[in-house]
Design a protein around this ligand. Structure first.
Ligand SMILES: *Cc1c(COP(=O)(O)O)cnc(C)c1O
Length: 389
């Protein structure tokens, strides 16, 4: 089976992890800050906080921004459930904004319309999670302007997007958001097995997220309610969690960061090649906004079902039967049973639903060979069968 995504581990990665195993610290040692500084420096952010997953990063990001009961978090329905679950963890209510049919990201026009009506109902969001689907950044400038006009915070869920650029700056620079989150799950662009990171330029937010990732405990006297009782002393000043990253993960992350640019460059080569190979087929290849250089975590095609004599499911199953590990990113979150109980109407977000009826993620990862890519395209050509054109 050719998977849709896969990590790349080399000898340097293995050596880096083994070195930690032989060292004094398996967790809470020197590697985590090294990894944080490396990522922060690379993307141009002031602070970076490594945690055990992007899900944890989203949770402490929402919490640090003060999201709580009675507040709203908005995001796109075309994302992994973690992008909206983080609002629920904080006791907030969640709602969605439909996608742009060209980028598949949250649509700023739909956002503006929804904000106008929410303002009348006194139900403006406190936090918007902008998800850079497949690695292509959202229209952050438009979202940022709306955030100033309607007074909400912006978190970039850049789980797909490390190494990408928006308006010639690395995603994570935080120019148009409060906090950016990366994921280092093995299918993502670089990996730490499990792992995530929250980046911000705001000292206060960084300090709060730092507390929240480790039980709300501090050893910094400036954050304590009174002077330390002695050198053993620490204080719990908030209710936090154990979301810490281990030294093993951080060492792997440091080593993987050395290859970030080449990982993303290879993804672009593969995307260009797909573009050529799929030109004659009845599929829509991913449109790339001129303002962006995508991290290209995913390569999503949409079937032109109007000219194909097969169903979406037929094509998907035929590809899987041929050993092509295609996938579908994502089932619209608001249609999940847990969200259905909140009363969302599936067709409330028609562009998202249309996308779901047509989308297929083709294999896209650094180690995919040209030969394997040719196999994918051949299998797709066969799966699509004859067309009406
Ligand atoms: C993978 C992913 C997450 C969650 O990442 P974890 O590190 O597995 O917690 C969140 N949001 C999006 C968009 C993702 O793709």
């Amino acid at each position: 089976m050719i998977p849709y995504g896969k990590q790349e581990i080399n000898q340097a990665d293995i050596d880096a992890v083994l070195d930690v195993l032989k060292s004094a610290f398996l967790t809470q040692g020197p590697k985590v800050p090294v990894f944080e500084q490396k990522v922060a420096y690379h993307v141009g952010a002031k602070h970076a906080l490594a945690v055990n997953s992007a899900t944890s990063a989203l949770h402490i990001a929402c919490s640090a921004l003060g999201l709580g009961p009675g507040d709203w978090l908005w995001t796109t329905p075309i994302t992994f459930v973690a992008s909206s679950n983080c609002g629920l963890y904080c006791g907030a209510k969640v709602d969605f904004v439909d996608i742009d049919p060209r980028t598949y990201n949250l649509c700023p026009k739909a956002l503006e319309a929804k904000l106008q009506s929410a303002e009348l109902e006194n139900a403006l969001p406190k936090v918007l999670v902008a998800v850079h689907l497949a690695g292509q950044p959202c229209d952050m400038e438009a979202i940022f302007k709306l955030s100033k006009r309607y007074n909400f915070h912006v978190i970039e869920d850049a789980s797909h997007a490390i190494g990408g650029l928006y308006q010639n700056e690395f995603i994570g620079s935080g120019r148009y958001s409060d906090i950016t989150v990366f994921s280092f799950h093995p299918v993502k662009i670089i990996t730490t097995a499990e792992g995530g990171m929250a980046l911000t330029n705001d000292d206060e937010l960084a300090s709060r997220m730092n507390l929240l990732r480790s039980h709300g405990i501090t050893r910094d006297e400036n954050l304590m309610t009174h002077e330390a009782d002695g050198p053993w002393y620490y204080q719990q000043v908030e209710l936090g969690y154990n979301y810490r990253m281990t030294e093993l993960q951080a060492a792997l992350g440091v080593s993987q960061m050395d290859r970030l640019d080449s990982f993303v460059a290879r993804r672009h080569e593969l995307a260009e090649r797909y573009g050529e190979l799929l030109k004659e087929l009845p599929v829509t290849t991913p449109w790339q906004h001129p303002d962006s250089y995508s991290g290209l975590h995913l390569y999503v095609i949409r079937l032109r079902l109007d000219v194909i004599n097969k169903t979406h499911r037929d094509v998907f199953e035929a590809l899987r039967a041929q050993g092509i590990g295609v996938n579908l990113h994502y089932i619209p979150v608001h249609t999940q049973p847990y969200y259905q109980k909140m009363g969302f109407q599936p067709e409330a977000f028609p562009e998202a639903m249309q996308y779901y009826r047509e989308a297929i993620s083709l294999p896209m990862f650094h180690g995919l060979t040209d030969h394997e890519q040719d196999q994918v395209v051949l299998a797709l050509r066969e799966a699509l069968g004859g067309t009406d054109q």
